[in-house]
Design a protein around this ligand. Structure first.
Ligand SMILES: [Zn+2]
Length: 274
């Protein structure tokens, strides 16, 4: 859902039903101070934008959601599948500098209220997970590598280990990412997805990989929705219909549409103290 009153924030309708319990949002390109390729609300510190502008943009985004930037936690994001359990001691890591970000990590989980988890994207999919029974949240970064590596499972397993989370209780949203319309992939990547879903009795590959003009197109939405379902989430508890970042590159950063010269929008999730 795009709200004209808060132009820097996109939210997922299913998750908005739980706004008393947790805050979430995906930033847009609108309302920031960065120039050039990064115009205007670039939140990525690692893309050669002016760091002071990025930090000011992070303040702008957090203030629209009424979140504390100094309590926020970020991670390095290397297209891997490691998930870190965030405690109070992690607050502030990676928010003002890359030097103290949580290294070699593509997912964060926490049960600590008022501790926003924030990851950065330009076409990859944000996976947002809420466990209403054990009051915990997770956020992970799923490009094709993270998806085929099953970071959805890593996130759920880490939440189970840390908080006894049962996937059947969880609510999940897949935020804006590149859609199947725009996401042409090579045969070697398609082969990895075919192998991953080969043993699944739940899903056929029909929706995940579609051949257009002799080239495969991947749906990160369908692949991650399938994985979340295979790992125990109920399909009506998964929202997987956000806009395509490449088709909407004036609203979101898109690595493909902008040919690599672009900024990053963020996804954030934060438990309320109730
Ligand atoms: Zn598209």
């Amino acid at each position: 859902m795009y709200n004209n009153s808060f132009p820097s924030v996109y939210t997922i309708d299913l998750l908005n039903k739980y706004r008393k319990n947790f805050i979430h949002g995906i930033s847009t390109r609108i309302g920031g101070i960065s120039d050039s390729y990064y115009k205007s609300l670039n939140l990525g510190l690692h893309v050669a934008d002016v760091p002071d502008k990025v930090i000011e943009n992070r303040h702008i985004f957090c203030s629209q959601l009424n979140l504390s930037l100094q309590n926020t936690v970020c991670c390095e994001q290397i297209h891997g599948t490691h998930v870190h359990i965030v405690t109070k001691a992690d607050r502030g890591k990676g928010t003002l500098s890359l030097n103290d970000t949580i290294a070699d990590t593509d997912g964060l989980v926490t049960d600590v209220p008022n501790t926003p988890l924030m990851l950065f994207f330009a076409d990859c999919a944000p996976l947002l997970i809420y466990d209403p029974v054990h009051k915990a949240v997770g956020l992970s970064h799923a490009g094709w590598r993270g998806t085929v590596g099953d970071i959805a499972a890593s996130t759920l397993h880490t939440m189970h280990r840390a908080y006894k989370t049962n996937p059947q209780d969880c609510i999940a949203g897949i935020g804006p990412c590149i859609g199947q319309c725009c996401y042409e992939i090579g045969d070697e990547v398609a082969d990895k997805f075919a192998a991953l879903f080969n043993d699944s009795t739940h899903f056929t590959l029909d929706h995940i990989l579609v051949k257009q003009n002799d080239r495969y197109h991947l749906s990160l939405y369908e692949a991650n929705k399938a994985l979340l379902t295979i790992h125990g989430l109920l399909s009506y508890n998964i929202a997987a219909e956000s806009p395509c970042t490449s088709c909407n590159s004036s609203l979101f950063y898109s690595y493909r549409a902008d040919k690599g010269k672009t900024g990053r929008h963020a996804a954030v999730i934060c438990l309320n103290n109730i």
